[in-house]
Ligand binder design. Structure first.
Ligand code: ATP
Length: 133
């Protein structure tokens, strides 16, 4: 028995495939989904989701999302999501440096928090990209 995994952002369908297992960065910790999981809805952290398919593990960067598990289907709705192998590592590294600079220059807490969230996203992108096969 397999699971259907769909990852959707406002701009695109990032992934729609049949998998054996999904591991996702839930807000209260990582969780895993195998076929026949109970229905479940969970907010995701900025981080890396992974799935197993035909003996291989694949990684996907996700940010600002929810995962809905029901009827052997995992649907992830995220603000941004990118397959590890499609991440521009150099771009993420540069964006990380810009975010670090913005944290240093921030004049108020909101600007600081925005830059910090951006930094977290770029670190998670770099981490996903480093695991791409
Ligand atoms: P974010 O706000 O999610 O950190 P961003 O501000 O760098 O991203 P956006 O303009 O919001 O960029 O994103 C445009 C598109 O590019 C989105 O689909 C996003 O998933 C993707 N994207 C952003 N950074 C990278 C990257 N380093 N490699 C691949 N795709 C990326």
């Amino acid at each position: 028995m397999s699971l259907q995994l769909d990852i959707v952002t406002p701009d695109k369908l990032v992934l729609s495939t049949s998998v054996e297992y999904v591991g996702a960065p839930g807000y209260e910790g990582e969780f895993g989904v195998l076929p026949n999981h109970i229905p479940f809805l969970c907010a995701l952290q900025i981080g890396n989701l992974y799935y197993r398919k035909e003996g291989r593990t694949h990684y996907v960067f996700v940010s600002g999302g929810f995962a809905d598990v029901s009827g052997n289907k995992v649907t992830v709705l995220a603000e941004a999501a990118e397959k590890a192998e499609e991440i521009d590592l150099d771009g993420a590294r540069k964006a990380k440096e810009r975010a670090e600079q913005r944290m240093k220059d921030a004049q108020d807490r909101i600007a600081y928090a925005r830059a910090q969230a951006e930094l977290q996203r770029e670190i998670a992108r770099m981490s996903a990209a480093s695991k791409a096969k």
